[in-house]
Ligand binder design. Structure first.
Ligand code: F6R
Ligand code: ZN
Length: 191
């Protein structure tokens, strides 16, 4: 094992802050994510007053070899744009076969999964101490449907990479909205 890796075998997670000690953290605000939401007018209305933090991700990338792993600790804030809950951008992995292991630390969420043709979609519950397996070739977006921050770890092959473009071009075909006091998955055109 090389010396660089030997120094990085332990990482400290702060699930309350959504940070990994000493690792880079990226923040995504509504101004950047507005095109993801179905209700564009509602998004503009929120942005007239503020540009809220929607989510942040800290990453731990100790090594980049073919067999290595990277981790992300992400925190999606509670909130909505119109009836649609705050969520991540969502992506396919650039290396399409790459799967991912998600483990929820706190909060209440749904993992929206869609295949490459967008046909079959699924909203998998995310609850503390439960894991969600995201298969390869599947676009994944995380949605906070509760009143507290949703905090989770994602573990993925170092070579998975990100393809945001393919899903941004058509967006997810389904949206997660508040309906009758709880979250529901509906086709985008029914929003
Ligand atoms: C990595 C992964 C997560 C996400 C994070 C933010 O493959 O799925 O670490 O990167 O949940 O979501 P995106 O990347 O869609 O902004
Ligand atoms: Zn991923």
């Amino acid at each position: 094992m090389n010396d660089h890796l030997m120094e990085q075998l332990l990482s400290a997670y702060d699930p309350a802050a959504g940070t990994i000690a000493g690792r880079p953290r990226v923040e995504r605000r509504l101004s950047e994510l507005a095109p993801c939401f179905a209700d564009q007018a509602a998004g503009r209305e929120v942005l007239r007053h503020a540009d809220p933090l929607v989510y942040a991700v800290s990453t731990f990338a100790p090594a980049d070899g073919a067999g290595d792993l990277h981790y992300g600790l992400a925190q999606v804030m509670p909130g909505r744009v119109g009836r649609e809950y705050f969520m991540t951008k969502g992506h396919f992995h650039a290396w399409r076969e790459a799967a991912e292991f998600y483990f929820t630390l706190s909060g209440e969420g749904l993992m929206l999964l869609e295949g490459e043709t967008g046909g079959r979609a699924q909203a998998v519950p995310m609850r503390p101490r439960e894991a969600v397996y995201v298969p390869g070739r599947t676009a994944h977006r995380t949605v906070n449907v509760g009143p507290e921050p949703l905090t989770f770890l994602g573990v993925y092959p170092a070579r998975a990479g990100y393809d945001y473009g393919a899903i941004a071009a058509r967006n997810f075909r389904h949206v997660i909205v508040a309906r009758d006091g709880g979250p529901a998955m509906i086709p985008r055109e029914e929003y």
